[in-house]
Every structure is written in C-alpha cells, then in structure tokens.
Design a protein around this ligand. Sequence first.
Ligand code: SF4
Ligand code: SF4
Length: 299
Amino acid sequence: MAETKIAVYRFMSAGCNGCDVQILECLVPRYKLGELGIEVVFTPEEANVLAVTGSLNIKGAEELKKAYEKLKPPRIVVAIGNCATTRGIFSEGYPIVGPPDRLIPVSLYIPGCPPRPQAIVSAIAKVLGAHLDEEEDYWKAPEGFRGRHEFDVEKCMACGACAQVCSSDAIEVSDSDGKRLIRINYARCTFCGFCQDECPTQAIRLTREYHLSTDDKETAYVTNEVEMLRCHICGSYYVPSEQIKWAIGRIMDKVAAYRDLRKRLEDAMQICPTCRRKIGNIENAKRLLANLTIKTRKS
Ligand code: SF4
Ligand code: SF4
C-alpha cells in the first residue's frame, strides 16, 4: 500500500483508554511512521485503515458501522487491545454489544492490555507489508515485563489453581475424553501475573513476548493437556493423574508418619469421591483416619 492513512476510531466504546495512550506513543519520532508511509488522520473519510480500540456499546456500534462505510478502499480494520479483540475485562458490562468484528470485518487483532506501542507499530507494518528494523534497544521488552504465557508441560498438573485466581476469566479448564485441557486466552488476559504466582508447581511463566498480533483470534491461546485418572468403580475420569501424584508426594514429604501409608493412599485414589461415599466405606475411612491420627500424635 503506497500511501496509508489511518484513522483511530473510538466513540462511546467501552475500555479504559489504555490502548489510546499507547497509540499516541506510536506517534513519537523514533517509530518513524512517516518513513513507513503511514499518516494518522482524524476522519474515516480520509483514511483507508481504521484502528479500533475498546469494545462497543450500543451507540458506539452504530457509529462504527458508519465510519467503516466512509473508509476508502481497501478498508482495513485493525482491532487494538483485548477489548477490541474479545471484549476483554468489560465483557459482562450491560451496554456491551461485542467486539468490533461482530459488525465489520477485522483484518488484524493486536491483543494486549494494553499492547506495547512496539507491538502496535510492528503489527500494522506487517499487515501493510512494510519493512521494520527492530534492532534498537527500545524494541526489547524490559526486565519484569509480563507477556504471553508459557507452560512447562513437565510441571503443569492441570490442577486449575491458575484459573481460580484469574479475575479476567482468561483461563478455561475443561475435561473431555479422559483429558483435562487448560486454555489461556491471552486476548482476555490483563497480564497481572496472579496465575504465575499461584501455580503450586511453578509451571506457568509470563514471558517477555509481546508480539501477539494475529489475523485469527481463535489462535490467541496457550494450552496444556493432561491425562485424567479413571475411577475403578464407575469408570468416570475425575482428577488429573499428575495432581494426585503431586498431592501424595507432598503428604509423603511433609508428614513422616504417613510414609508407610503411600500404597493405601494410592489405592484409595483409584476410586472417585462419589463412589467412595456410595460404597459405604465409612468404616474403612474412619480406620484409616484413626491410624493416621495415632501415628501423627506419636511422631
Ligand atoms: S499452570 Fe500451575 S496452577 Fe495452572 S493448572 Fe498447571 S499446575 Fe495448576
Ligand atoms: S496473567 Fe494469568 S491470572 Fe492474570 S489475567 Fe492473565 S491469565 Fe489471568
């Protein structure tokens, strides 16, 4: 595209303005938008690219459709930030009608909450086919920057503790066909780092990767899949196998009195809690508990 004119669109939409601040930062001289053939304009009539931030409320939706109609060909729409990609943290808001792609075609999504200016410039240059030199130091994310997640699949036991603390609802836990899937949607994530802090096995890490743009937001996921343990009685899969191994290992490490009970604990875990209750194994459970209590008192 020889001459690119970008209009930034944000009208009565839902968001915190963080992405708009980052867009302003993109205008500083060091990113050389002019050399890339990009000019920022203020009305859609002058533009052929529309940069949209925020999720849409009812009024904003109407205005967005009108702005899109006024664009010059080839009418490229870039959704900047999580609210414009997935509705982000405002998804439950009563006036929200959805991200912009509910109404108009979006060519590129730039997830982030907010995305770094470097991520925005780099992604837009890519969609326009412009070359960018990213060698300068300011392209590197600083120490402590929190970007896309990474799973250590050897350590992740799929316990779901990370999902419990995620206030952005960015982590899904689903069980199917004997497997548990942990799915992190980084286009909903605020990169707070709680999941990393909460993980009991240090299996999750926020990397410094910030180039998150995609033309298919269904790919904005980091996933891990773990085998589930099957109940020997009812046949249902009820807990990730690795979680049970981890829990028994912790008990063995921490409580010396329990060490000779490993086999009994492992056997007990072959039966799901529902079946354990149903088979009336209360007497056995009581005996086991009494045994453990006596041993603990002695130690
Ligand atoms: S990343 Fe950590 S907290 Fe999340 S499911 Fe895996 S082990 Fe559990
Ligand atoms: S960093 Fe983790 S806990 Fe925080 S919003 Fe993202 S997925 Fe959720």
